[in-house]
Design a protein around this ligand. Structure first.
Ligand code: CA
Length: 237
């Protein structure tokens, strides 16, 4: 994987089963990784868990409306959100309430149109991406600096050598510093479909990575294990 070419992860929040299946197949065919949530609370939980690159958010969702989901996500994230509306009156609602969505599409829509809008939103977002995103060339968290273009890592100013997979693991962890990155996300972003072997492969690489970046072996590791969930790169450590 090169950092720039990693697949885009889309969370589809939609409760119409027949519709969502066809949509997921279409999006996967376009090269997206697709996760599905079928009601509002599940959409919020999935957002926290998988940290998608983009969310397709139906307005009429059971238990919590797409509008409320959108507002809630916006309190903590700028992740691109495309609202999906069933009626033109809903479009007025999205626009009028300024819930913070990046764009909207109305059902029925063509997959091609949807994908074009998704790519447009992602492009816009990449252009004005804030620091600390994986697409940036340099990631800095406390004493650890990762320069993607030069494939170079320094810890407290000292250069260290990292094999490719450990370098990519560190890039993903740094880009979400302070937040838990799930095992699935790490495996998906670093190995993708190349991942072979049992789930220990990830832990072995984390162990090696720790040895190289934890300058003081007696201090707590910069990378914390969240048992059964994943790993977190600690800030201010
Ligand atoms: Ca719906």
């Amino acid at each position: 994987m090169t950092v720039a070419e990693r697949p885009i992860r889309v969370l589809v929040a939609e409760d119409e089963e027949s519709f969502v299946d066809a949509l997921a197949i279409g999006l996967r065919r376009e090269g997206f990784i697709v996760d599905i949530a079928m009601d509002g609370p599940s959409a919020l939980a999935a957002f926290e868990d998988i940290e998608p690159d983009l969310i397709l958010l139906d307005i009429m969702l059971p238990r919590m409306s797409g509008l409320d989901v959108c507002r809630s996500i916006r309190l903590k994230s700028n992740v691109p959100i495309i609202m999906v509306t069933a009626k033109s009156t809903e479009i007025d609602t999205v626009v009028g309430l300024e819930v913070g969505a990046d764009d909207y599409v109305s059902k029925p829509y063509r997959l091609r149109e949807l994908v074009a809008r998704m790519r447009a939103v992602l492009r816009r977002r990449a252009i004005d991406a804030p620091a600390n995103q994986i697409d940036d060339k340099v990631l800095k968290v406390d004493g650890v600096v990762l320069d993607d273009a030069r494939h170079n890592v320094t810890v407290d100013g000292a250069s260290i050598q990292l094999p490719l997979k450990e370098f990519e693991l560190l890039a993903v962890l740094l880009s979400s510093a302070g937040r838990v990155v799930t095992r699935e996300t790490l495996i998906d972003r670093v190995w993708g479909s190349d991942y072979v072997g049992d789930t220990k492969t990830l832990d072995v690489h984390i162990k090696r990575l720790r040895k190289r970046i934890d300058a003081d072996p007696l201090a707590p590791s910069k990378i914390t294990t969240i048992r059964g969930v994943g790993y977190r790169f600690e800030t201010n450590g």
